[in-house]
Design a protein around this ligand. Structure first.
Ligand code: ZN
Length: 128
């Protein structure tokens, strides 16, 4: 961020959420690196579900903030978005959610629940 630049409030509130998530990621990956006796993390792969209310751009920014003074200060951070997957209890099929509507895309039933795409997680890390 540029010195003297005052970010608008909405962006800051938005980013605070992602900053908390980025701090969790830092704990997870540094914990995993220590458990494996690694001194350095080369790559971090994060998956963000489209239904998770995580803004990818804000998360990218937050990861840059927590990177400093971490075991992954020069790591490559990949953030991938995934679709929301619904499981239908009528026909038993798994389909991709469209336009955030809770409806099976195979038989049209509303008896569905989200089985993927509603969370953010660290998929993998590459350590040295
Ligand atoms: Zn169905």
């Amino acid at each position: 961020m540029m010195p003297g630049y005052l970010p608008d409030r909405q962006f800051m509130e938005f980013t605070m959420h992602e900053l908390g998530l980025a701090m969790n990621v830092k704990e997870i990956v540094e914990g995993a690196a220590k458990d494996n006796g690694a001194a350095k993390i080369k790559e971090i792969n994060i998956v963000v579900g489209e239904f998770s209310s995580v803004a990818i751009e804000a998360l990218e920014f937050a990861m840059e903030v927590v990177k400093k003074d971490s075991l992954f200060h020069d790591a490559k951070i990949n953030i991938k978005s995934t679709k929301t997957i619904l499981l239908c209890s009528e026909c038993g099929k798994e389909t991709v959610m469209k336009d955030f509507i809770f409806k099976c895309n195979s038989c049209g039933s509303g008896a569905v629940r989200i089985i993927a795409g509603d969370r953010m997680y660290v998929d993998s890390i590459d350590i040295e």
